[in-house]
Design a binder for this molecule. Structure first.
Ligand SMILES: Nc1ncnc2c1ncn2[C@@H]1O[C@H](COP(=O)(O)OP(=O)(O)O)[C@@H](O)[C@H]1O
Ligand SMILES: O=P(O)(O)O[C@H]1O[C@H](CO)[C@@H](O[C@H]2O[C@H](CO)[C@@H](O)[C@H](O)[C@H]2O)[C@H](O)[C@H]1O
Length: 476
């Protein structure tokens, strides 16, 4: 982080954990390569699925607890690993690995493999976050700002992080991996690491420091220094919201029970407006003029073309969909200027948590992880977030039956309530930006077609219903 003024002073010695600093990489890869070749492609967060792995390169290796089993228990190894695949730039992944001579049966689901070669020969390697002792040690390390080799641990100056909070693995099956500590904090470790500050840390820190309670405040974070041109964010410890329910589950329950969710949708619109206002205050914005708007429209058209090539069922709607991007081009030609600001970047109902005490809180400000970090950190029109959430109401309505007779009506009522809530709180009704909203919604539906075709083909009819609607000239 560039702003270090509020950080605790760094310590250079580290007594809380037995860290021995950077490891020589030689040999480690000999131990790990055979294990990782089989294990990595099976991980949900591994982005290179379906393509062969040609090799690995260690970016850094830090022994946070001795690996040799000398202490009679587990070792802890932090790795940043470049994964090489043919004809692609390498992707850097963060791995936090435990080592033991014998893996207790309770840790069997964490198994990465048994090393037979190199310095780890004879040790079992496993996912450290499953191991309460090692997850506790990671929290200990975050409580004590300072450096261990290339790893820098930082904490908010006013943060009180008690020791000994019991860890519980939360989301190992997501884009990233999370551990909840005593219902007080949640640590999210980013799996795919890029140089630069991750917007999830940057934006939630800016919001929390600005006094917003629509965000889970970060209390500590870890970064890798000196490996890339900029520090890379590796993980964030945030306040946990106990007893929260996410918007997707709440919306599905409302659809299933036939209960009214428009009040919640309205409140979510207002919460989104608060977050946008706070982000616009805290961080620099921009104005998109003709060249930038044309570029936006052509990027959307390119994504459509690429998706048509991958999902042929989209082809018959492509011309109609292109109309939405053509209208955006015309807006640019007419000299319209669009204010842009930092936004959430990947907003949908699953990114909103509801608690009785706080109402709606937004999480996961990472943006779309598949896009380059520089692009995710660029100011964008706020309407992009609105379009993401509007798509989500449509998903909730069609989840059980994409062709359900009442689905379009349910979605429309909740979309309207969300926009009204946003307009009341911000003074800007997203529906007034008709052309831009439609272009973003079309872009998102196209993205969803590709996402569902790749990950959940049985869900494909949901975005396809939107594609049909958005390709109709009458609806433009
Ligand atoms: N501050 C929090 N309080 C309570 N639960 C949270 C919090 N942050 C995340 N979660 C839970 O963890 C899940 C994954 O978090 P998220 O930030 O979306 O990670 P990912 O990037 O891996 O998708 C969320 O869907 C939510 O259920
Ligand atoms: O894992 P992420 O939060 O980064 O997002 C990806 O997965 C989402 C699904 O979990 C996907 O969202 C789509 O499905 C949701 C319902 O499961 C729905 O609420 C969203 O509106 C819809 O886009 C998201 O697109 C994808 O990037």
């Amino acid at each position: 982080m560039s702003d270090t003024s509020r950080l605790r002073p760094e310590t250079t010695t580290d007594t809380a954990v037995r860290a021995r600093g950077p490891l020589a990489p030689s040999g480690l890869l000999r131990s790990l390569t055979p294990l990782l070749r089989g294990w990595l492609p099976r991980q949900r967060w591994f982005a290179g699925k379906g393509r062969p792995i040609s090799g690995f390169a260690l970016v850094s290796a830090v022994e946070l607890l001795p690996l040799d089993g000398r202490l009679g228990g587990a070792g802890l190894l932090h790795l940043l690993l470049d994964v090489q695949q043919p004809n692609l730039p390498p992707d850097c992944y963060q791995l936090v690995l435990g080592t033991r001579r014998l893996l207790p049966p309770a840790l069997a689901p964490a198994l990465v493999g048994h090393a037979t070669d190199g310095p780890l020969a004879g040790l079992t390697v496993y996912e450290a976050l499953y191991d309460a002792r090692l997850a506790t040690l990671l929290l200990e390390r975050l409580r004590t700002p300072g450096r261990t080799g290339p790893l820098r641990f930082s904490a908010e100056s006013d943060a009180t992080i008690p020791s000994g909070l019991p860890p519980r693995l939360s989301g190992i099956e997501q884009s990233n991996s999370s551990v909840v500590y005593g219902d007080t904090f949640i640590l999210k470790l980013f799996r795919r690491v890029s140089p630069g500050t991750n917007p999830d840390l940057e934006l939630s820190l800016a919001l929390a420091r600005g006094g917003s309670d629509r965000v889970a405040a970060p209390v500590a974070w870890m970064e890798a220094l000196g490996l890339h041109e900029e520090p890379a964010t590796l993980g964030v410890l945030q306040r946990y919201l106990p007893g929260s329910a996410d918007g997707w589950q709440l919306a599905l329950t409302a659809v299933a029970e036939g209960s009214d969710f428009t009040g919640q949708a309205h409140a979510l619109g207002a919460a989104t407006a608060e977050v946008h206002t706070a982000l616009a205050t805290a961080l620099p914005g921009a104005t998109l003029r003709r060249p930038q708007i044309r570029l936006l429209a052509s990027a959307m058209a390119e994504r459509l073309d690429a998706t048509v090539a991958a999902v042929p069922a989209l082809a018959r709607y492509a011309e109609g969909l292109r109309g939405a991007f053509g209208d955006l081009d015309q807006l640019a030609d007419a000299g319209v200027e669009l204010p842009a600001q930092r936004i959430h970047g990947d907003l949908h109902l699953g990114q909103a948590l509801h608690t009785a005490a706080q109402g709606w809180v937004l999480i996961d400000f990472e943006g779309e992880p598949a896009r380059p970090l520089a692009e995710r950190r660029r100011p964008q029109p706020f309407v992009q977030d609105i379009a993401g959430m509007l798509r989500s109401f449509d998903y909730a309505a069609r989840h059980r039956d994409p062709a359900a007779p009442g689905a379009a009506d349910w979605a429309e009522r909740h979309r309207a309530a969300y926009c009204a809530g946003y307009a009341e709180r911000s003074g800007h009704d997203p529906r007034d930006a008709r052309v831009l909203l439609r272009a973003y919604e079309t872009d998102k539906a196209v993205y969803e077609v590709l996402y569902e075709a790749r990950h959940r083909p049985e869900w494909l009819p949901i975005p396809m219903a939107a594609i049909q609607r958005l390709s109709q000239p009458a609806d433009r």
